[in-house]
Write a protein that binds this ligand. Sequence first.
Ligand code: FAD
Ligand code: NAD
Length: 460
Amino acid sequence: MVMGDRVEEVDLAVIGGGPGGYAAAFRAAELGIETVVVDSGNRLGGACLYEGCIPSKALLHVAAVLHEAERAKEFGVDFGEPRISLDPLRKWKAERVVGKLSRGLAGVAKAKGVQVVGGRAAFDDSRSIRVDGDDPHVIRFRHAIVATGSAPARLAGVPVSERIMDSTTALEVPEIPERLLVIGGGYIGLELGQVYAALGSAVTIVEMTDGLLPGVDRDLVQHLARRCDKLFVAIHLGTKVAALRETSGGIEAQLEGKGTERFDRVLVAVGRRPATEDLGLEHTKVARDARGVIQVDDTCRTSDASIYAVGDVTGEPMLAHRASRQGKVAAEVIAGRPSAFDSVAVPAIVFTDPEIAWCGVTEGQAARDGRAVKIAKFQWAASGRATTLGRSDGVTKLIVDPESGRVLGVGVAGPGAGELIAEGALAVEAALLAEDLALTIHAHPTLSESIMEAAESLFR
Ligand code: FAD
Ligand code: NAD
């Protein structure tokens, strides 16, 4: 510590105000712990609220409205050609969606007595952090929670150009490029690729593995792949971008084995890396792996007894709801309560059209582990509700333990899959039997009946 530094003493210092950090801080305050959140943006919400979950879902809603309006022609309703004005669209997203939620979080922090401090924090040692920014000072803590999140992974050799975007820039919708190259066929590439295609861009996807959404069961992904085949001008699987070069008025991309193509803009979406650099962790006993992922036990404690870590800094799956759950666990453990991150199912949703959602054991994972499972499927072509929506392109499947009948995993592809997966997560977490799902009355006509129908198919 440098002589003359202002020093603040607190019970708990949370570094990072995203869904991991603010969930931890709110729970700690509820349990009577004096808590300070240090966030470099001086606000709560993190990547999720300002450059992730929320703005992307707002734009996907716009894409869904455009798609529904187009589809309405099938049943004789023609709204005419859509006219898109980017300024009101950006304003709605920033003020009516992100701004509203941001003000809500600030209000909750005030009500719970959580102090939010602006500035970047770095550890001086295992008991103190230094905060830079407008009011540089030192915070001495009894406990700290690292919740600094993640940042987009970079591709080696990519030139600096405003035409080359990461997800943060792409969510600002600087323009609707005529031709957009999306590098990466994962969550972000597909969600934002669909947004830009709906807005009018000709989108090309390049994915280095041999399928979209690697790791997700193929029978779910095929429903999305069919839609993407129609929506995108090209999908190059098993392909890498060998080089990107800025030319006058565009970006030239050399696609391995596929020649050179010109695009107006490029979106790089090849994964995210934990934000653990420049955090002064070398002054503590916190252990990280080679990728910078902080190692934690099931109470979210690091190898330094006074320091916990939650959210994207602790690795995959990098999802907001996992970060929040971990945040609550860390706060409860610090308050001396018996708590652990022992969730069996972390649901995952790709909010594309159609949505793809899964939780618990996947069929692919069971095969890789040599684990015997029974699969029950219900194709939405036989669903009354899907037919009334004109959307029979879906499937619901259960992954069931053949001995006990216990539901181990659930997968859904189709519009609304993201809402349906909540029942799947409850079934897996509560160790329900497929029979429980079959015997529970599901209202008619709903897409949720597909879960009951899939379960019933096991007893015919
Ligand atoms: P973050 O939300 O990243 O918050 C970390 C905070 O720490 C930030 O405010 C940052 O400024 C601050 N910070 C970093 N370093 C310091 C420092 N040294 N000092 C002070 N402050 C610091 N997940 C979902 O579950 N559903 C979705 O639909 C979804 N959509 C996404 C869409 C996109 C485009 C992206 C990029 C991500 C999406 N995610 C989604 C992932 C989700 O955003 C993250 O999993 C989640 O935000 C992680 O929360 P966190 O608290 O770990 O960190
Ligand atoms: P991702 O891991 O989902 O997908 C990255 C894709 O890029 C993979 O398919 C990978 O094979 C491919 N890839 C990697 N290097 C490549 C290369 N050189 N050329 C071509 N393809 C390459 O990562 P993402 O889409 O960047 O998203 C990051 C994370 O953010 C996600 O893993 C997820 O945790 C989170 N996220 C979640 C949601 C959601 O919950 N709906 C939405 C967006 C992001």
